[in-house]
Design a protein around this ligand. Structure first.
Ligand code: FAD
Length: 408
């Protein structure tokens, strides 16, 4: 495996980094001010300006592999760019590469009909609207997605949808115009053929955003995470993607690349924390020495560098396998990095917080918010334990027949 950056990727890395330095990092404080001034749940002018600039520079939709609508990068080529974007909370949106839109766009590219593409995919690709993904439900343990109870029933040439979703990221944003809903359509079918993905316009009668759910007190406005009620929502039958009962088939494809994007960004977040750690370590003095020369702090810096580099190689390996043997065969590698990346980033950010003292947990530095964000990824991407179970079964599967592992 050769993970050296190709000249094309190297050039893009330099352009993305230059854009981050010139426009994105300086916009962070402005963004928070504008969110405050706009009453929190209004899109900000500063992000729209960033998007326009990135688009004008041709740094747009870099994420989409295997489609003429995207930039034509493989997962391996995209990984180092997503890493740079992940160094700021504004990075991926600036380049129209943010979750959950990326996953939803991939689904619409691969499974949407012409009408879906025209109405939803094209404006998403242009960055004019945003989208959300409604799978998790408050009433059932959603780490086992086969538990989902929200019901879509066919009536003539329509679906009638009823249910309650939560942690629906982005649903609070006024730009969010469409949900990819996953719910129960075929309760009598085998376990993994009972659920379907259905395109639901957010302005359909019966869709109500009930409340936003803060994360450790952060509202992540204007994007946010919402509880959404669907009451007798009617959408055309053709809004089912791929076909009835085929939601899990799509989920495998959607959540493969989408989830590894989070890992790439986690590595970027850890890099930023390490940089802040080093700057603080050498710019403050206690007991007559720079903080970085006291106690085990030098070790903490070294350990952080080692852990980041290990996680990056594991991510690149997973991306390489996705490109070469496909998401299915790469599923253990994808699960491995999903466990490693946020846990690694949390350790690095925690060390950076510690060396900053009280400032580390304040809003004067991005570390506290970064910690909260990374902590959610140990759940939002599917709990660590579920990924570990998949990795463990994959290993055992080398020695025992598959049937022996079913149900464990
Ligand atoms: C910030 C944030 C954003 C999110 N965004 C979205 C979104 O946009 N759309 C969406 O649909 N969902 C979203 N989610 C929801 C997320 O996917 C779920 O929280 C996750 O799948 C876990 O489901 P649950 O919360 O129902 O936990 P449960 O299923 O109740 O699980 C609780 C705990 O049980 C344990 N557990 C579960 N399975 C196992 C196992 N096999 N072995 C051992 N222990 C186990 C784990 O400790 C787990 O954390 C988001 C969540 C967060 C926090």
């Amino acid at each position: 495996m050769d993970f050296a950056y190709s000249p094309k990727v190297q050039e893009l890395r330099e352009r993305v980094q230059a854009f981050m330095d010139a426009h994105v990092y300086p916009a962070e404080k402005v963004f928070h001010k504008q969110v405050e001034e706009g009453g929190r749940w209004k899109p900000t002018a500063v992000v729209e300006e960033l998007k326009a600039k990135a688009k004008a520079e041709g740094l747009w939709n870099l994420f989409l592999p295997d489609s003429e609508k995207g930039f034509g990068l493989t997962n391996l080529e995209y990984a180092p760019l997503a890493e740079i974007m992940g160094t700021s909370g504004l990075g991926s949106e600036a380049f129209n590469c943010s979750a959950p839109d990326t996953g939803n766009m991939e689904v619409l590219v691969r499974y949407g009909n012409e009408e879906h593409k025209k109405q939803w995919l094209e404006p998403l690709l242009r960055g004019e609207i945003r989208s959300c993904f409604g799978m998790t439900e408050p009433g059932v343990a959603s780490s086992d997605a086969t538990n989902m109870q929200a019901r879509a029933v066919r009536e003539g040439d329509e679906w009638v949808i009823n249910g309650r979703k939560w942690w629906t990221s982005g649903a609070n944003d006024p730009r969010c115009k469409v949900m990819i809903f996953m719910g129960l359509t075929n309760p009598d079918a085998p376990r993994h053929a009972q659920h379907s993905m259905i395109v639901v316009p957010m302005d359909a009668p019966g869709v109500t955003v009930l409340r936003h759910l803060p994360v450790f007190g952060y509202d992540d406005a204007p994007h946010g995470h919402a509880e959404v009620l669907l009451e007798n929502v009617r959408v055309p039958y053709e809004n089912v993607l791929l076909g009835e009962g085929r939601g899990f088939e799509i989920a495998q494809g959607r959540l493969g690349p989408g989830r590894i994007h989070h890992c790439m960004r986690s590595i970027g977040a850890a890099e930023r924390a390490l940089r802040l750690m080093c700057e603080r370590a050498m710019s403050r003095t206690a007991f007559g020495k720079p903080l970085g020369r006291l106690g085990a702090n030098l070790d903490h810096i070294a350990e952080s560098r080692i852990e980041i580099n290990m996680a990056r190689l594991l991510t690149l390996n997973a991306a390489h396998m996705m490109d070469t043997v496909g998401n299915k065969i790469a599923s253990s590698e994808i699960a491995q990095i999903k466990v490693v990346a946020p846990n690694m980033a949390l350790r690095v950010i925690d060390r950076a917080i510690q060396i900053h003292g009280g400032a580390g947990v304040s809003d004067d530095f991005p570390l506290a918010h970064m910690y909260a964000m990374q902590r959610t990824l140990r759940l939002a991407d599917g709990p660590d334990e579920v990924h570990r179970a998949a990795i463990g079964k994959h290993e055992l599967g080398k020695y025992v027949p598959k049937e022996a592992l079913r149900g464990h």
